[in-house]
Design a binder for this molecule. Structure first.
Ligand SMILES: [Zn+2]
Ligand SMILES: [Zn+2]
Length: 330
């Protein structure tokens, strides 16, 4: 996410730094007027089915697979709402009880234990602008409902831990645009060493990671794409095709390999988490564009303690995690 993704409301223009000096407060007592982002999480369960009335049963099954099976299936959704604004006299962006009630009234009470198809006008397929209740279309509909009541900057909606959508609010965002992320994993071995250096020199740089026979990791891979929510399907791009692409281009060739020897790119490029993430971004950028979306981000978690992130749309030195990270950190 570019810094423009996180746009504070105009009234929140107070500088973030505080002098803390005694020569008069640059902001009010209890931090009044200083800007901050807060997040609130809420859960609900709902069902849906992916079936368009304008195409045949066979076409629905070909297009949406198991998701097209009647009478549908359900998910335990997890919603994270990120809000920004200046602190009030009580030292809060908003009173959390107000936030909780707005989310309950606008989102979780109307959706919980319901079937999403047709439930809101956005998902009424008898209307020309109606869409299927996909993760990204639902995130957008939730954002639309909360924005009049809360200073929303971003919405994240998890359909399950391996599939989620983000929608940004504010002047920098596009009205029908969303981000969709999928998470998968592969296991691989590597050795961190530069061929041109001696073993002692490599160990001085890479430590144990330079040991001659290598070691392995269970890599967690997150791929985030950005695009416009399409009419009717409610999708940024064909989800099954995206999952298949990541499987075929990355997971299948990388899984259970020794990266240095089995993946030609790493014969001459040290396979650090950074370089693996960059190579994955290079492999996926063009085929994701062919699906009609843009690769936004590759996140490769090598261990619970380290991960590499590549923001594929941004010039590398301009990469700055923004609003999505505010949500992800919850
Ligand atoms: Zn589903
Ligand atoms: Zn390693």
């Amino acid at each position: 996410m570019t810094p423009a993704g996180l746009t504070l409301p105009a009234q929140a223009a107070t500088p973030i730094s505080s002098s803390g000096g005694s020569e008069g407060h640059p902001h009010g007592p209890h931090g009044r007027g200083r800007p901050c982002v807060i997040t609130r999480r809420a859960c609900f369960s709902a069902s849906h089915v992916y079936r368009l009335p304008d195409i045949s049963n066979a076409e629905n099954e070909a297009r949406f697979g198991l998701c097209s099976l009647e009478p549908g299936h359900g998910h335990n959704y997890e919603l994270v709402v990120a809000m920004a604004g200046p602190l009030d006299a009580d030292g809060m962006v908003l009173n959390l009880s107000e936030v909780k009630h707005a989310i309950r009234r606008e989102v979780t009470d109307p959706l919980n234990f319901r079937c999403l198809n047709g439930l809101w006008p956005e998902f009424d397929l008898s209307r020309p602008e109606g869409t299927l209740p996909t993760t990204e279309a639902l995130a957008l509909a939730i954002s639309t409902r909360l924005t009049p009541h809360l200073p929303v900057v971003a919405i994240r909606l998890y359909e399950h831990p391996d599939l989620w959508a983000d929608v940004l609010s504010g002047p920098a965002s596009h009205p029908m645009e969303a981000f969709l992320s999928i998470r998968t994993h592969f296991a691989a071995a590597h050795r961190l060493a530069r061929e041109e250096l001696s073993q002692a020199e490599n160990e001085a740089i890479y430590g144990k990671c330079a040991r001659v026979h290598g070691h392995g990791h269970n890599y967690l891979l997150e791929i985030t794409v950005r695009g416009r929510i399409q009419e009717r399907t409610g999708m940024i791009c064909d989800l099954a095709a995206l999952q298949q692409l990541v499987q075929e281009r990355v997971v299948e060739p990388f899984d259970h390999t020794f990266l240095n020897k089995d993946i030609p790119h790493f014969a001459g490029c040290v396979p650090t988490a950074e370089n693996i993430a960059l190579h994955i971004a290079d492999l996926l950028t063009a085929p994701i564009a062919d699906l009609g979306a843009r690769l936004h981000k590759v996140r490769l978690q090598e261990s619970p303690n380290n991960a590499a992130e590549v923001y594929a749309e941004t010039a590398q030195l301009g990469m700055v995690p923004g609003a999505l990270e505010a949500v992800a950190a919850s």
